[in-house]
Design a protein around this ligand. Structure first.
Ligand code: NCD
Length: 310
């Protein structure tokens, strides 16, 4: 894999995806083999938006590779509060770290920031744009549970603002997948994403307002949270809040082999009673963030150190 920065999943070829997933599987099987691989190296964390899983799993991943992190901390306690621009902040922190991870509320922020730095920069979410490392762990989880060949997936919820959805949908065009998008009309996939999906691959794309008609055919149901923080108007959020929830009764119509995923955090989209069923893969999915991010950092740090062993 040869990428200076990872900004969107559109950059990832099938070969790139397989390289990361295979390396993650090897790390998962024997994490001790890489325990000192990046000793002395530092990952800079810049999170301008709340995060639990993404930030902590990047930190865990870097530490499990023998490295460490430097963390900008909250926006409130950083110089951003004094009016520092993102371009200046990343230029300063690249002097402290071997790679950077950035989450920012503005779509396009990671791409812009990457133009100011030489160390690898990983987009950990840019507004309603992209979240490519979530996609890698999603693909890893799909591969482990349902397989990536001949896949029928339903992606449900906030398809308009959900960056994990945009990234996953693009990445799935590398596979022979049938993608069903289920949402209220007001939260449909942006038209430019649909257009891109048709341009990019053999993927079949279908849009629905009801889960009922597609549920029995699905191998994977990927549920997402309505992205309340991205609605320009709270009343618009209230009109769709609480729609598209699933419980064990909903899943009576599903195949026994269905895998239910969610990038988390969930609000009320998946009833807790599903957690203990064979369907639920969302906590496993969150745990997969560590080996997958270890694999990705390992590849990016190898490349940036000039010792490309791929
Ligand atoms: C997602 C995100 O931040 O886009 N969370 C995550 O990284 N797992 C999903 C969400 O916030 O709904």
């Amino acid at each position: 894999m040869r990428h200076d920065h990872l900004i969107t999943s559109k950059q990832l070829s099938l070969e790139d995806i397989e390289t990361v997933l295979d390396r993650a599987a090897a790390i998962d099987a024997d994490p001790s083999a890489v325990a000192d691989r990046h000793a002395g190296r530092l990952l800079g964390l810049l999170f301008f938006e709340p995060s639990t899983r993404t930030k902590m799993s990047f930190e865990t991943a870097m530490k499990r590779l023998g490295g460490d992190v430097v963390d900008m901390g909250s926006v409130e306690s950083s110089s951003v509060k004094k009016g520092e621009t993102l371009a200046d902040t990343v230029r300063v922190i690249e002097g402290y770290a071997d790679a950077l991870v950035l989450r920012h509320p503005k779509q396009g922020a990671a791409k812009m920031a990457s133009e100011y730095v030489d160390v690898p920069l990983v987009n950990a979410g840019d507004g309603a744009g992209h979240h490519p490392t979530q996609t890698l762990l999603d693909l890893y989880t799909i591969r482990e549970n349902a397989g990536l060949e001949d896949l029928t997936i339903g992606i449900m919820g906030d398809l308009k603002y959900g960056r994990t959805v945009h990234s996953l949908a693009h990445a799935l065009t590398n596979f022979d997948a049938r993608q069903h998008f289920i949402s209220p009309e007001s939260l449909q996939l942006p038209r430019e994403v649909v257009y891109d999906l048709h341009q990019e691959g053999d993927t079949q794309v279908r849009e629905h307002e009801s889960l009922e008609e597609v549920l029995p055919s699905l191998d994977v149901l990927y549920v997402t949270r309505i992205q309340r923080e991205r609605f320009p108007d709270e009343s618009e959020y209230q009109q769709v809040a609480g729609e598209y929830q699933i419980d064990t009764e909903t899943l009576e119509a599903a195949s026994d082999d269905l895998t239910v995923m969610h990038p988390l955090p969930r609000v009320d989209e998946i009833a807790p009673e599903i957690d203990d069923t064979e369907y639920a893969a969302y906590f496993e999915q969150a745990h997969n963030g560590v080996p997958v991010r270890m694999a990705l950092l390992d590849l990016l740090l190898d490349d940036s150190g000039g010792e490309n062993d791929e």
